[in-house]
Design a protein around this ligand. Structure first.
Ligand SMILES: [Zn+2]
Length: 202
């Protein structure tokens, strides 16, 4: 469940000593109040979407929304509004999303660098997940020679790429191996038939 909504935040109250109250006609008692609502997801402010506000008179207590204000009060209200800035934290969700996107680009770049490295210098024990004709399975490197990889096939396969990691158990591997030329492995990798490469670093 995603919790989202809007939340009004008080930005600023600015007193105005020049404008006369439209109700009690006293000067020097007007205050303008400015609010900004922001859209939030799980209470993280994403972006401001609407500004609200009003006036109040400390003498007679009259409170007005902008459309209820007499013309001269409204003019002053709008003029003062120009000095009220939106707080930058109301954009923090957008900033956070930007950071996450930037990080995921960085992380996927790192992952493919590592895969390139593993393909270029294979090691016994590396596990490749790859596309079969109807699904996905794994191959484990048993031996590396200068032109071939000797692979132990997994005897099982899964339909979904998401489940392929579950296949990587010792009891699932066959008791034989076969050689695949390193050129062929590189072709499979270039054609994205090899999905992941797992290496246990020690
Ligand atoms: Zn008043």
């Amino acid at each position: 469940m995603i919790i989202y909504g809007t939340k009004p935040v008080h930005l600023k109250t600015i007193e105005n000593n020049i404008v006369k109250c439209g109700n009690c006609e006293k000067q020097g008692h007007m205050a303008f109040h400015y609010f900004s609502s922001h859209f939030h997801v799980f209470w993280i402010p994403m972006f401001p979407y609407r500004r609200k506000g009003g006036s109040s008179c400390t003498n007679c207590g009259e409170e007005l929304k902008p459309k209820q204000m007499p013309e001269h009060v409204k003019r002053a209200y709008k003029e003062t509004k120009k000095d009220v800035r939106l707080p930058i934290w109301q954009f923090s969700g957008l900033a956070l999303i930007g950071l996450i996107i930037a990080y995921s680009f960085y992380a996927s770049g790192q992952t493919s660098d590592l895969k390139d490295q593993y393909i270029a210098s294979p090691r016994a024990g590396d596990v490749y997940s790859y596309k079969t004709e109807e699904g996905y399975s794994t191959l484990k490197i048993a031996e590396v020679t200068s032109d071939s990889l000797f692979m132990i096939p997994n005897e099982y396969e899964v339909e979904s790429v998401m489940g392929v990691y579950k296949l990587d158990k010792p009891e699932n591997y066959a008791d034989y191996m076969y050689g695949i030329s390193r050129d062929e492995i590189e072709r499979m990798y270039a054609d994205s038939e090899i999905i992941t490469i797992d290496r246990e670093e020690n």
